[in-house]
Design a protein around this ligand. Sequence first.
Ligand SMILES: Cc1ncc(COP(=O)(O)O)c(C=O)c1O
Length: 365
Amino acid sequence: MEYEEPLFFTVMQYADAAERDVVDMVSGNPDWGAPDGISEGLHDYADTGGEQFQYPPSAGLRELRERIAERRGVATERVIVTNGGGMANTLGMARALERFDGSEVLMADPVYPYYPGKAEMLGGVQRFVPVDDTGCLDAADVRAAASDETACIVVNTPNNPTGAVYREETMRELAAVAEDYDAMLVSDEVYDHFDFTGEFTSALALNSEHVVVTNSFSKTYAITGFRVGYVVLPARDAPAARTRNMLTNVATSRPAQAAVLEALRTTDASYHEANRERLRERVETFTAALDRAGAAYTTPEGAFYVLARFPDYPGTMANAKRLIDEAGVAGMPGEAFGAARSDWLRFALVSPRVDTAAERLAEYF
Ligand SMILES: Cc1ncc(COP(=O)(O)O)c(C=O)c1O
């Protein structure tokens, strides 16, 4: 899969330039606001100065790493605070390609498009395994595709773009495939707070020396602009990943880390539950409109995206643009995520105008 420039920007720019009102269902920016601890942490940080304004430790503020480690039940040394989930994924995939002999990176199709781009940038070879009807990878298909050439299996749960939440037995089997073929399972869990099923299983629960887990506060706390995430590596891989992080990232922004630390101290479960409840309502509104439009779709079990296929309306870039012009709704063309769902369009539910978009689509189709 080519990855020169995110198609995402092309659609956003087209929607911005449209002459009519357009509901943006393209971006993955939460619209519900951060918990109070984020602003409070930033304000407090602004009043410190001096030494606190200088380089943080490259692997992240000690207290933040300790808090993350405690929450995730791992040793602090295994945690590196990164420049968002993006950098966490880069470190995980880079480590897999460095540690193991093969150069293949197995990914789901449809895929979050940054993975194939990273695989290529890191000198890996892309290999795709189509998901099943539920939007989930079937572990048996991954096993069938794996070989001595496999260095890395990248999965994302809850999933962007399918909304699938991988079940424990699938995660266990994926880790077993990684172990059997001497590869790394990189599990991107940036949407872990957006699980509507209660079935989400972090790959950390598998306790495997062949598992890297990545995460981010971008979606968790609605702060995509802050750039704070983290990676949890096996103890033997953490030192090499810390060095790579230092050489490429130097360190992650200190004020942003201070804000996240305060939010971790002060945000309770009700913040996350309210966000899930809001999304559940949006899923209902949106899928009801899709039913009226005669569309096929996967009801998301988690994350905040809906993949839909409209009759005789393949998810090409041309059709995504037509939808902007004729219906006033901007969604991502399915072809941006690979071949398996190229007939589909992806809609992000992080807009307060989901109702309007739903009405427009029901009327248009
Ligand atoms: C699956 C997935 N992983 C990683 C990211 C990037 O996260 P961050 O903004 O923390 O880099 C996103 C953002 O949309 C995502 O959907």
